[in-house]
Design a protein around this ligand. Structure first.
Ligand SMILES: [Fe+2]
Ligand SMILES: [Fe+2]
Length: 486
């Protein structure tokens, strides 16, 4: 028989933003062999099981279980507090009040007040949550990001994480990071460059760290349809949700790409089929190169290879903030009455310039933003660098773009390669996302199969907009995701 005492939820006690505190509390719970009251959610039947037993069975049992609720008595909580204070000096204030607050309560709440609403409404395309962040100070926003980073790191440390929990945290933290970055940059635009870089430094540091954690988590654990389903379920048609999907899909794709090119047989297969399958496509891009001299080495400057982690993280930041220059009161859908191509083109320039001049984000990230609608020079594409490259050619008439894509910055800036590899990856993911967006505004959203078929015809076969080899790899990446659904 279980006594009727004041109970404290175990998940509320253990869902701490600080990993060290969490470990310390778990150690106390284990060592004291604390009885945990397990209540079956459906029948409300109860039983007492020692914490240690539950923990040994599953180290995060208190986080993931949808069948049981776990709690301890208030008396037990006080004992834990005493032990904790004896070991650590004090029961730290930031620990939520376990009786009243849940994890969700630590999220900022929108306040009503004398904010400039008109100013905030100009950002509505970023979703209603934008207002919440816009009302926070920069340091509050950065604290929020740090808290999210901690959530990701805690998950990284857990052995048997449920896919559901991982995807939930990945999607939420990415969305928050995109919103916070947009909101801090909007404020920083009006500052002088040096001042802006100082103001945004903590944002840059925190975002870089958070991106590393989510890239590690996504690489290790989640490469399946669950993530995509969660992204689709959470989609609400806002710019920030698009950025979130593109960012997570982009990381997953890079991880897939790295696995693929690490196996020599994949590169070998591409080499064997190159002449019959890809030569014509690349000949259109590099007409001045003899057809017989076209090879993978002409497509990938320095040869096709896996992307080292350092570079991978910098690119992931670029994916996260790629549309940061978008204003939400602008029509970005071609064919609609208020569509104005010059204004749309401007989002690339605004994003590139603000990230380059107002932050210390790596050059790789701003270049991805500046290049992400280039389409290999096709007239329907646009980009901040077209004018720069034309200028370069004028001043250096002997300069030649003899390669298609480069993993490194220098060959693109030195007019040696047509495109920047991560920007070509982003283009594909960006187009695919727009076509399959469940909240596509003016047209019915496409199924993955329809989108892939359409992209193959319109972006590879008829025109040379996206890269042919990268597109084939992307298609196999989507097929793998679909397989994991079955
Ligand atoms: Fe864009
Ligand atoms: Fe985009």
């Amino acid at each position: 028989m279980v006594k009727d005492e004041v109970k404290v939820s175990l998940s509320t006690l253990l869902l701490q933003p600080d990993g060290k505190r969490l470990k310390s509390i778990i150690d106390i719970l284990k060592e004291e062999d604390i009885p945990v009251l397990c209540t079956k959610k459906s029948s409300k039947s109860k039983k007492l099981i020692p914490f240690k037993t539950l923990y040994n069975n599953n180290e995060t049992f208190w986080k993931q279980d949808t069948t049981w609720e776990y709690s301890i008595t208030e008396e037990t909580l006080n004992k834990i507090k005493e032990k904790y204070i004896a070991a650590n000096g004090s029961w730290v204030d930031e620990l939520p009040d376990v009786k009243k607050k849940t994890k969700k309560d630590t999220k900022p709440k929108p306040q009503t007040g004398d904010d400039n609403l008109e100013e905030l409404e100009a950002h509505e395309g970023y979703g209603s949550e934008y207002k919440t962040f816009a009302r926070m100070s920069t340091s509050e926003k950065v604290n929020y990001l740090n808290h999210n980073k901690q959530r990701l790191n805690e998950l990284l440390a857990v052995k048997n994480k449920g896919t559901e929990v991982v995807t939930e945290v990945l999607v939420d933290t990415a969305k928050d990071a995109a919103l916070i970055n947009h909101s801090v940059l909007v404020d920083a635009i009006s500052l002088a460059d040096d001042e802006a870089k100082k103001v945004t430094q903590s944002l840059v540091d925190s975002t870089n760290e958070m991106v590393k954690s989510s890239a590690q988590l996504l690489t290790v654990d989640v490469f399946n349809n669950e993530l995509m389903n969660t992204l689709v379920q959470k989609s609400n048609g806002t710019i920030v949700q698009h950025m979130t999907r593109v960012y997570l899909n982009g990381i997953a794709f890079l991880s897939y790409y790295n696995n693929l090119v690490s196996t020599s047989s994949a590169i070998q297969r591409l080499r064997i089929s190159f002449q019959s399958k890809y030569r014509e496509f690349y000949h259109k891009l590099l007409p001045h190169i003899d057809k017989d001299d076209l090879s993978l080495e002409r497509v990938f400057y320095g040869g096709m290879r896996a992307i080292p982690p350092d570079l991978y993280f910098k690119w992931a930041v670029g994916f996260l903030i790629h549309d940061i220059g978008k204003a939400s009161n602008v029509e970005y859908h071609e064919g609609e009455a208020s569509y104005n191509r010059n204004i749309v083109i401007d989002h690339v320039k605004q994003g590139y310039k603000s990230v380059l001049n107002k932050t210390n984000y790596p050059m790789e990230a701003s270049l991805i933003i500046g290049y992400h609608h280039e389409y290999y020079g096709d007239v329907t594409g646009y980009g901040y660098f077209r004018a720069y490259l034309q200028q370069y050619k004028k001043q250096n008439p002997e300069a030649r773009q003899d390669y298609c894509m480069t993993y490194d910055l220098e060959p693109i800036l030195d007019y040696e390669a047509l495109a920047y590899f991560p920007a070509k990856v982003l283009e594909i993911i960006d187009v695919y996302d727009s076509l399959t967006d469940p909240h596509r505004v003016y047209r019915k959203s496409m199924t993955p199969d329809e989108a892939l078929a359409m992209m193959r015809v319109e972006f590879v076969e008829k025109y040379t907009k996206i890269d042919a080899i990268l597109f084939d790899i992307f298609e196999s990446f989507i097929r793998e995701q679909q397989k994991s659904k079955q």
